[in-house]
Structures are given as structure tokens and as C-alpha cells.
Design a protein around this ligand. Structure first.
Ligand code: PLP
Length: 394
């Protein structure tokens, strides 16, 4: 049976070119970049060059890129770092109800330590209201943290407009771009982004490596204390192989970018249109056009997302019923609830996310299997039976 992997928002496979670039840094180039001898200096050079590649892809300067252990650390650092460094100015942070837990739980932690957090609502498409954002800003506001694109529903926020509002009010702007990188073009200067988080494993790079972009001159408290690595701002011996792999992945994800986006968008739209046409009482979650080119998230009434996932898995299809971090718990997704979906619809939601390896034939296969599986599940659903009876009686 062919395995069809449609969960690229959870993680992606490392590209062979990325792995090839990394391997020498596990074996012959094993030196510590902080050491002075030649074999270590090769590693220092590799780290510097990687930083340059990543900076270029984001429209940043090389000295504005700081390596972290991934998106979670970058989010924690941005938010806790601003909170600590700017507490003399104020204690208020603005974020949204649909952030990743790396942001939400960090904000909740800060609330326990005297900070005040405003969690903005989103509309039914998952977009924040810019007027609401602007009116939430007060004298004590020190940070706006709004994700670039949502990991569950794929909605892309108006980042440049948010950046402009933050700049106008002299408030720092952090964006979690973990899902957006490689799917949209980013320019931190044009978009007035002060801090940006990204992660290697969502762009066919390795796990456990990411970056925080920190605008030059911005005062940010350190999160990880220790040695003087990363110019004294993030301690710990550099993950050289990971850094090299991240830079290679970054370079590749923006090579032939337009053709890649066209392909992903075509696969996405074929799946969305096909599912909505063949499955009654199904609905797309997230904005129809302001969404990641690789994300299709559908609510299917009268089915349970987790069971749907298992049946898809039995057919060789890997998808997700929420974000990887929330699966395993039976609570409905906080993102879907924020869109206004009732619990039962939030429970019946499924996310397919494409990667460069996916094909149209694979979409055809899902389009053949999904309606059959949903139909079978509904046959066994007392809720669906009741619904049909009520419909007949009307
Ligand atoms: N932010 C978003 C939007 C994500 O989707 C994820 C991963 O799922 C993260 C942060 C966390 O990144 P990492 O897995 O590199 O810690």
C-alpha cells in the first residue's frame, strides 16, 4: 500500500541535499566553532555562511539572525525577552486566541508573573480585526505577537498592516512565522517585523533547529544563559550540522518558489473543491484565499475527527485532526473554537497539509476514499440518523 503523507504542517522529511550538506558536520568537521584551531574554524565559517543565507531569505542583516533549538524556543525568547527587558515601560502584551501553544502558554506564564495579556478574537475566517488591534494598544503595551499563518487552518494575517500599526504606536511586533516560511515571501524590513520565529523541520530541514530574527538595536533579555555563543545572546555550543541543514533547507525552499507555490495551490484547491463537492455537510475552515498554499482544513458534520483519521490511516493516508501538539487530547482545538465552530463541528475537523513530494494522483486517491469513509461513519452515527429523520419530518 502506498503511504500518502499529508501532514506537512506537523513536520516534513529532510531533503537529500539537506542531509548531504549536514553529514560532514557530524564526522570530519566536528570541531567546536568557539575553538581557535583550523578544524574548528571551518565550523565557525559554516555557521556564519548559514546565518547569511537565512538573513538574505528574510530581507534581514546577518547579525540579526540568532540560532535556537526551534520555533518553540524562538517564541519563548521573543516574548519573555521583551517582557523582561521592557518592564519599565509597561506590562501589557497583545496576542491572538489562535496562536500556537508556544506563544499562548508563554503568555499565560507571564500572566502569572504580573503581566497583562489581551487575546484578540478572530472572525469566522480566522482573521484578526486591525481596528480591534489598534484600540487594544495602551500606554503600557510593549509587544504585539501575531502569528504569520495559522498551523491548523492556514489563514494568513495581514502582517505588513500589523507591523505598520505596531510601528505607529512604538510597540514591538513579533510574528511566529513557523508555518509561513517557505510558503510566502517574507521581508522583515518592508513588513516592519521586529522579531520573527522560524523552525527547520517545517521546511524539509532538520528538527531541533530554528532561528529568532531580532531587529538590530532591539533590547531583548536573554532566555538561555551560559557561554558567549551567538554574540553573547544565546548560550550553548552551536548545533552546527542543524544550522547548516536549516540554511540549505531555507535556500531550497525559496528556489523555484513560484512554481512550487503554483503546484501546492493546485493540489490544495483540487482537494478542497473535490471534498466540498462530494461530501454533504462539509465546510472549509479558514479563509478561502488568504490561506497557506498547502493547507486544507475541513469540518465534516456527524463524524468524529479522530476516528476519521484512523480510517484514513488504514487506507495509507496520514492527516491530522488538529495540530500535532493537541492530538492525543480530546479537547476540541482552541483555534476552531475561536472561529466560532460548535464543539461537535470542531471535533469533526480534519487537516491535510501538502509538501513538495505530493502528487495529483494522491489527491485523486483521497478524493476517492474520503467520501466512502465519511459515508460509512455516518451510517453508524445515531446523530446523523436523527438529523435525517428530522429533515424528513419537516
Ligand atoms: N509555532 C507554530 C505555528 C508551529 O506550527 C510550531 C510547530 O508545530 C511551532 C511554533 C513550534 O516549533 P518547533 O516544533 O520547532 O518547536
Amino acid at each position: 500500500m502506498e503511504h500518502i503523507y499529508l501532514d506537512n504542517a506537523a513536520t516534513t522529511p529532510v531533503k537529500p541535499e539537506v542531509l548531504d550538506a549536514m553529514i560532514p558536520y557530524f564526522t570530519q568537521n566536528f570541531g567546536n566553532p568557539s575553538s581557535v584551531y583550523k578544524i574548528a574554524q571551518i565550523n565557525k565559517k559554516a555557521v556564519d555562511e548559514s546565518r547569511e543565507t537565512i538573513a538574505k531569505a528574510l530581507g534581514a542583516q546577518t547579525n540579526e539572525i540568532f540560532f535556537t533549538s526551534g520555533g518553540t524556543e524562538a517564541d519563548n525568547w521573543a516574548i519573555k525577552g521583551i517582557a523582561e527587558a521592557h518592564k519599565a515601560k509597561g506590562n501589557h502584551i497583545i496576542t491572538t486566541k489562535i496562536e500556537h501553544h508556544a506563544v499562548l502558554h508563554t503568555c499565560e506564564f507571564l500572566e502569572k508573573h504580573g503581566y497583562e495579556v489581551t487575546y484578540l478574537d478572530v472572525n469566522e475566517d480566522g482573521l484578526i480585526d486591525l481596528n480591534e488591534l489598534e484600540s487594544a494598544i495602551k500606554d503600557t503595551t510593549i509587544l504585539i505577537s501575531v502569528m504569520y499563518a495559522n498551523n491548523e487552518i492556514g489563514t494568513i494575517q495581514p502582517i505588513a498592516e500589523i507591523g505598520a500599526i505596531a510601528k505607529k504606536h512604538n510597540v514591538y511586533f513579533h510574528t511566529d512565522a513557523v508555518q509561513a516560511v517557505g510558503q510566502v515571501k517574507i521581508d522583515v524590513k518592508e513588513q516592519n517585523i521586529d522579531l520573527l520565529s522560524l523552525s527547520g523541520h517545517k521546511i524539509n530541514g532538520p528538527k531541533g533547529i530554528g532561528i529568532l530574527y531580532i531587529r538590530r538595536g532591539l533590547k531583548l533579555e536573554n532566555l538561555i544563559h551560559g557561554g558567549a555563543q551567538e554574540r553573547g545572546r544565546r548560550a550553548g555550543t552551536e548545533n552546527v550540522a542543524g544550522i547548516v541543514g536549516l540554511a540549505k533547507a531555507m535556500e531550497l525552499t525559496y528556489t523555484n518558489f513560484d512554481a512550487k507555490i503554483e503546484k501546492l495551490t493546485k493540489l490544495r484547491d483540487k482537494l478542497i473543491d473535490g471534498l466540498l463537492a462530494t461530501i454533504p455537510y462539509a465546510k472549509l475552515n479558514g479563509h478561502r484565499t488568504m490561506r497557506l498554499p498547502n493547507n486544507a482544513n475541513i469540518s465534516v458534520e456527524f463524524v468524529e475527527g479522530e476516528s476519521l483519521l484512523l480510517l484514513l490511516d488504514m487506507n495509507g493516508i496520514a492527516a491530522s485532526s488538529g495540530s500535532a501538539c493537541t492530538s492525543g487530547s480530546l479537547d476540541p482545538s482552541h483555534v476552531l473554537l475561536a472561529l466560532g465552530l460548535p464543539h461537535e463541528k470542531a471535533h469533526g475537523s480534519i487537516r491535510f497539509t501538502f509538501g513538495e513530494m505530493n502528487t495529483e494522483e494522491q489527491v485523486d486517491f483521497v478524493l476517492e476514499k474520503m467520501p466512502q469513509i465519511v459515508d460509512r461513519m455516518r451510517q453508524m452515527s445515531p446523530l446523523y440518523e436523527d438529523f435525517l429523520k428530522q429533515k424528513q419530518d419537516k
